[in-house]
Ligand binder design. Sequence first.
Ligand SMILES: Cc1cc2nc3c(=O)[nH]c(=O)nc-3n(C[C@H](O)[C@H](O)[C@H](O)COP(=O)(O)O)c2cc1C
Ligand code: SF4
Ligand code: SF4
Length: 252
Amino acid sequence: MLGVYLSGTGNTKHCVEMLVNLLDYEAQCIPLEHPQIIGLLENEDTIILGYPTQFSNAPIMVRDFIKKNSNIWRDKKVFCLNTMGLFSGDGTGCAARLLKKYGAIILGGAQIKMPDSVCDSKLLKKSIEENKTIVRTADARIEQIAKQMLQGSYPKEGLSFISHLKGLFGQRLWFYHKTIGYTDKLKISDNCVGCGLCSRECPMQNIEIKNGKAVAGIQCTMCYRCISLCPQQAITLLGDTVKEQCRYSKYI
Ligand SMILES: Cc1cc2nc3c(=O)[nH]c(=O)nc-3n(C[C@H](O)[C@H](O)[C@H](O)COP(=O)(O)O)c2cc1C
Ligand code: SF4
Ligand code: SF4
């Protein structure tokens, strides 16, 4: 078994690591940007694939990764784990349908509510205490899901036709333009001191340091990692000011 995840603020990383650890404590978990990911995936039969919901869709980096490596999925058994702030409809289904197209066997799916990762909008913002409760509830659910899976029964959240309709009409259609490709809308303010953290951490290598300042490219997958980490709060994407830098580690 191999856990693979895209995680901006650490929510999905935590959920995948916890689930994988409960299922097989010797199994490894790696981020999608891991340099040896293809070799590691080729050697495993069972994959737990995790990613955050973005406008009821899978992040473009995840969809692209599945498509670009379409030859590795045949006969792989994949369980999709999707984290969300509130609602994802068919968050798991978005990757599962693609994987199925390339020959994967979908074991099931889980959609787990976690703290919202959008740092530059007040919408959905919760207090630290509320987020701690959300994380505790999520942990209890993951334990439950692991127990179920160890007994051979896999949850199928987000994989039904009804979920597909909910995701499509609940959100995805209206925000289609936001998730159709990578974005060039990342903004970096003059507060940047060129520390390079954002550039080192970006899973898309979308930020360069030029003349002592961070410069964003056009390949942002909207993970919010750089925005949540920048010590100067100099980076924004959907909003114009950083309200609260979100990190899973703040809520435990
Ligand atoms: C660009 C963007 C869009 C999002 N859209 C949704 C959404 O449609 N529904 C939802 O419930 N959460 C949404 N979220 C919240 C994340 O899915 C959620 O916080 C997730 O757990 C973040 O996981 P991570 O820390 O592993 O990146 C969105 C987050 C971002 C950054
Ligand atoms: S993390 Fe912030 S301060 Fe550091 S280089 Fe990036 S934008 Fe500049
Ligand atoms: S630029 Fe920032 S938000 Fe965009 S993919 Fe890189 S780390 Fe994520």
